[in-house]
Design a protein around this ligand. Structure first.
Ligand SMILES: Cc1ncc(COP(=O)(O)O)c(C=O)c1O
Length: 368
């Protein structure tokens, strides 16, 4: 007998990670990156008040965090004019997507997403035996009407839709999402990932009735609030669905310092506004650098920009490899034709100067 006796499902899964982290790449290269602008982290960092709150929490780190995330849920509820019963806090959106898949997906259940959309969702669905149906982007945007039509066809339990989208940074109007809800098939949950919504133009956040059982929205402190390493995300939805997470979640998964940091970050909306200005400036700078090199960019509602390298995926990959070899960590979409682009996260002036320095040589090398 072989030990241990894995589930059939676990045995069938490939050993895979949704993303290879920059640290792993640094270890492989034997040196650190000069610019870390590939993972859509927020280089401008958290509010100083959040840093102080996390530092102050460290003395109490021998204590488990509050398993109910009471203070943060109440503060979010006040901020969003909803009730704490509409909010589940978890270990980033990534953690919450895993819980959601665990709640809804049995082997063989159908799930619909876009081909090339955020892969961690797919990873979780596959981990519970779900069957993913992937549809192409339309004009570099996720195509909600097509996703809904597919959900009817395959009797999907979930549709995943990110607004704004990663990796293209495109977006649609929140009102269009709300209008599409009536077209959802019976029993199909729309998972609306709003990881980047704070960066997006007014009207992008879908003004969904918070008690509507057909939608769950996911948000995070990783992006606009600059706290990716703290791992704090939250889901917004109808109380019954939110309560269901309590059946399967890791109740003590949040750490105290992160809870305190997120609370302080939320309270410092002035710092958030400054971050949004820095990010908007960095987006313009990335566009300028791309144009200086004869490239174009896609409009962005996020803290990253998709730079169109103007040719196919192999060319964009060669450009990316050239940037990585020159110490600039960036990523790119996985699927054609979106993989004609490379994806550049908003960096500091130094980060973007490193990008500007490395790009011309990377382009020449890729053209050879
Ligand atoms: C669309 C999308 N959703 C979720 C996440 C992850 O969020 P979190 O850090 O809260 O797990 C990312 C991070 O890149 C993302 O791009």
């Amino acid at each position: 007998m072989t030990y241990p006796r894995y589930t059939k499902l676990a045995e069938s899964l490939p050993a895979t990670v949704p993303f290879v982290g920059p640290e792993a790449a640094e270890r492989a290269m034997g040196k650190p990156f000069d610019a870390r602008i590939g993972a859509n982290e927020n280089v401008f960092g958290p509010s100083p008040k959040a840093i102080t709150a996390m530092q102050e929490a460290l003395g109490g780190i021998w204590q488990y965090g509050d398993s109910e995330n009471h203070a943060l849920r109440h503060a979010l509820a006040k901020h969003l004019s909803i009730t704490p019963d509409n909010i589940m806090v978890g270990e980033g959106i990534d953690g919450l997507l895993g819980y959601l898949a665990r709640l809804l997906i049995e082997e063989g259940d159908a799930v619909v997403t876009s081909d090339g959309a955020y892969p961690t969702f797919n990873y979780h669905v596959a981990g519970f035996g779900g069957v993913l149906h992937k549809l192409p982007y339309k004009d570099d945007c996720e195509d909600l009407p097509a996703l809904i039509a597919k959900a009817h066809e395959v009797n999907a339990k979930m549709i995943y839709f990110a607004n704004p989208d990663n990796p293209m940074a495109t977006w649609c109007k929140g009102a269009d999402i709300v209008a599409a809800l009536d077209d959802l098939p019976e029993g199909c949950l729309l998972v609306l990932d709003e990881a980047y919504v704070e960066f997006a133009p007014e009207g992008t956040a879908a003004d969904v009735d918070i008690n509507d059982p057909r939608v769950i929205r996911m948000r995070t402190f990783s992006k606009a609030y600059g706290m990716a390493g703290a791992r704090v995300g939250y889901a917004l939805g109808a109380p019954e669905l939110i309560m269901a997470f309590n059946k399967i979640r890791n109740h003590f998964g949040m750490n105290r310092a992160s809870q305190a940091g997120a609370l302080a970050a939320l309270a410092d909306q002035e710092y958030l506004s400054q971050t949004l200005v820095h990010v908007a400036q960095a987006r313009l700078k990335i566009t300028q650098i791309a144009e200086d090199n004869g490239l174009t960019t896609l409009p962005s509602a996020t803290n990253f920009v998709a730079v169109d390298c103007g040719r196919d995926g192999a060319f964009a990959k060669a450009v990316l490899d050239g940037l990585v070899a020159r110490g600039v960590f960036v990523r790119m979409p996985f699927v054609a034709p979106q993989n004609r682009c490379i994806r550049i996260s908003c960096g500091t002036e130094d980060d973007l100067a490193a990008f500007a320095n490395a790009l011309p040589a990377a382009l020449i090398e890729a053209s050879k």
